[in-house]
Design a protein around this ligand. Structure first.
Ligand SMILES: Nc1nc2c(c(=O)[nH]1)N[C@H]1C(S)=C(S)[C@@H](COP(=O)(O)OP(=O)(O)OC[C@H]3O[C@@H](n4cnc5c(N)ncnc54)[C@H](O)[C@@H]3O)O[C@H]1N2
Ligand code: MOO
Length: 643
């Protein structure tokens, strides 16, 4: 199916608004009524009740004692007190739980009764054992009066026969299981979980656990979407990742759809020539594709189809896009099929500390992480683009930006829709440059139960957040070219420097490359600059390493200088994969990547502490962790030099 010339593609995406997409999908799906099945009580947890459950019998089935004591007639105890006890004879019967009483309790007598024991005929009250005294002749003295009905649980008082104990559409949990069991019901009518077949498409996909060949990535969408289906009442069957081969894919999709109530694919729905899933979907059944292209960001290439009554969905390949479109558009359908109520919306308000750019023409969902600033909650954007998967873990929720806005200004108050109903603000907010060494310091804090939010917004971004008092500390490695000093020149009165560690920066190359191997850095650099075939990888403007690179280059602009990734790791990857021959990164990254390393200069990775927040327990804990001998040893072992 792949066209001869991949650049000659169909322009099949015709974008409609989110609301129009939902309306078209709903209209094609028609009413979605969940099926009912009966499951044993032991399997009912997590299911949704398909009909009202009525009690088949009274609970409790008989009047019973609520205490260990004596069943008796309240009238016998009129006027009883410690000073004036009443003496009663015993019937001789001892009513245990699970035994039906045989004897009457006539006036002037009492029967010993256990908590939960059935009340004998004649008795109308129970007194507690500790309010009585045995007499040597076998009778008892009762030291206080009793009200009729005292300590008696009446038949049907918990549940009367015929009473509705749980309503339809109730989500069954442990408490509900207890009620159903008490009512004596062994089989529970619940909604059938819709069966969803999930499959990923893409030649580049490899199952987690399998090694990656060049240009391959691990399949994130498949497991993620299957789990999200489970969270929304469905029974997902993940069928694996399939290559972009029309026949293989079509067979897999037809088989999957046969045994399922819904089919969800991801990938291959955008404009690429290899994007063939939508073509197969179009032939799976009537009416076929009803929406292809929604004015959502992320999520534009979403494809919605109904094939002979069953929903078939192609989510965008980018994991963030797949997840947002699933939750926004697919989850509500799934919940209706599963008989689950719509998910509640949980919102908090917060202020944007920074301008949040947005694309005009698409409703945009921007993920944010919350922190407590001096003037209330602030929401930092955490998005790394639709292709990223880690933004979810760092975000508390998302902000919706209307299709007609191209940005939200700094200072704007926004509503943040939370991912989870309960928001727990982090105990420690770190914003700035990330370093793998930081994870070694944070380990003990997380182990002590502190919730830590680490926002990788670069040294300068972190410094500004710290100056605004919106984080507790900012990890920075900023070189002042004028003085050659690190970090201290950038501080103000409001900040205090906590020394972190030194990271040796050096020139990296693939081991064995004779242009670098065994030379001193300056000689290697001269050799590299003299060779027009020798390709470098640089760093982004603003990075400390970039300042070092520009100092080394003295104005030279070798091949590859415009390749300016934002991280040490990306530099190492470019060299390892041969997209560049040399670059500058830090020793631990070079070592982990297996690259040759020629040391240049140590970089100071320190922490700008916000003075007004320094007494917070989590900040103190951070300083203590940094000084721990085991943390220092771990840092050294990882290739850092603690300050
Ligand atoms: N010329 C255009 N290119 C793109 C457009 C466009 O309008 N014009 N739309 C972009 C948008 S927006 C999105 S979203 C993506 C979605 O593309 P597809 O749905 O066709 O997905 P793929 O091309 O197959 O993959 C995109 C991306 O995601 C990775 N991927 C795919 N499946 C998985 C998986 N199961 N687990 C992890 N990652 C996955 C894949 O490797 C690609 O990197 O298209 C833009 N392009
Ligand atoms: O819609 Mo794409 O989902 O912008 O990333």
């Amino acid at each position: 199916m792949t066209p001869q010339s991949p650049h000659l593609q169909d322009q099949f995406l015709s974008v409609c608004s989110r609301d129009a997409a939902i309306a078209r999908f709903d209209a094609a799906l028609g009413p979605l009524s969940p099926r009912e099945v009966r499951v044993p009580l032991a399997e009912a947890a997590g299911r949704v009740l398909a009909r009202d459950l009525s009690a088949p019998a009274d609970v409790p089935p008989f009047d019973r004692s609520g205490v260990d004591g004596f069943a008796l007639r309240a009238a016998d105890l009129a006027g009883a007190s410690a000073a004036n006890p009443v003496i009663l004879r015993l019937t001789g019967e001892n009513i245990a739980c699970g035994t039906a009483p045989l004897r009457n309790v006539p006036p002037g007598e009492a029967s010993l009764i256990a908590t939960g024991g059935p009340l004998p005929r004649g008795a109308d009250a129970v007194v507690m054992l500790e309010h009585t005294d045995p007499l040597p002749d076998g009778r008892i003295e009762v030291r206080r009066a009793a009200l009729p009905g005292q300590f008696i649980g009446r038949a049907g008082s918990d549940l009367a026969r015929g009473e509705v104990l749980l309503r339809r559409a109730t989500l069954i949990g442990a408490r509900e299981i207890g009620m159903i069991a008490a009512a004596g019901i062994a089989e529970v009518p619940v909604f059938a979980r819709p069966k969803v077949a999930v499959l990923s498409t893409g030649d580049e996909l490899v199952a987690p656990g399998q090694p990656l060949a060049p240009a391959q990535i691990h399949d994130a969408n498949g497991p993620m979407i299957a789990a999200a289906c489970g969270e929304n009442g469905a029974e997902a069957r993940f069928l694996g990742a399939f290559p972009d081969q029309a026949e293989v894919l079509e067979t897999a999709m037809r088989e999957a759809l046969q045994g399922a109530d819904m089919l969800i694919l991801s990938g291959g729905t955008s404009k690429g020539a290899g994007d063939l899933t939508h073509r197969i979907v179009a032939g799976l059944g009537a009416p076929g594709i009803v929406v292809h292209g929604v004015a959502l960001k992320p999520g534009k290439p979403l494809c919605l189809a109904v094939c002979d009554g069953k929903p078939v969905v192609v989510l965008p390949g980018f994991p963030t896009s797949a997840m947002f479109t699933f939750h926004d558009i697919i989850a509500p359908v799934l919940r209706r099929m599963a008989g689950l109520p719509a998910r509640g919306v949980h919102e908090v308000s917060a202020t944007l500390p920074l301008r949040l750019p947005s694309e005009m023409g698409r409703t945009e969902f921007a993920m944010v992480a919350l922190s407590e600033g001096p003037e209330g909650r602030v929401a930092f954007a955490t998005g790394k683009g639709s292709g990223a998967v880690t933004s979810f873990a760092q975000a508390d929720g998302f902000v919706q930006i209307g299709a007609l806005e191209d940005h939200l200004p700094a200072g704007r108050e926004v509503q943040v829709q939370l991912f989870t109903p309960a928001l727990r603000m982090p105990d420690l907010v770190i914003a700035g440059s990330h370093c793998t060494g930081l994870d070694l310091v944070l380990g003990p804090l997380a182990g002590a139960g502190l919730q830590i939010r680490s926002l990788a917004i670069g040294s300068l971004g972190g410094l500004q957040a710290a100056l605004r008092g919106e984080c507790d500390l900012a990890p920075i490695h900023l070189l002042d070219p004028a003085t050659g000093a690190f970090n201290t020149p950038f501080l103000t009165e409001a900040l205090e420097l906590l020394p972190g560690w030194r990271r040796m920066q050096g020139l990296v190359f693939r081991k064995g490359d004779p242009r670098f191997e065994g030379r001193d850095p300056q000689a290697a650099l001269a050799r590299a600059l003299a060779d027009p075939e020798c390709l470098m990888v640089s760093r982004n403007q603003g990075a400390g390493t970039r300042i070092l690179i520009d100092q080394l280059l003295k104005g030279a602009r070798p091949q590859g200088w415009l390749n300016q990734p934002r991280s040490h790791t990306a530099v190492a990857a470019a060299v390892v994969q041969g997209r560049a021959d040399w670059g500058v990164t830090i020793a631990p990254v070079a070592r982990d990547a297996g690259l040759g390393f020629l040391p240049l200069a140590p970089e100071h990775y320190d922490f700008a502490l916000v003075r007004s927040r320094m007494e917070r327990p989590a900040v103190r804990a951070f300083r203590e962790a940094l000084a721990l001998p085991e943390v220092r040893t771990a840092l050294e072992r990882a290739g850092f030099t603690p300050a």
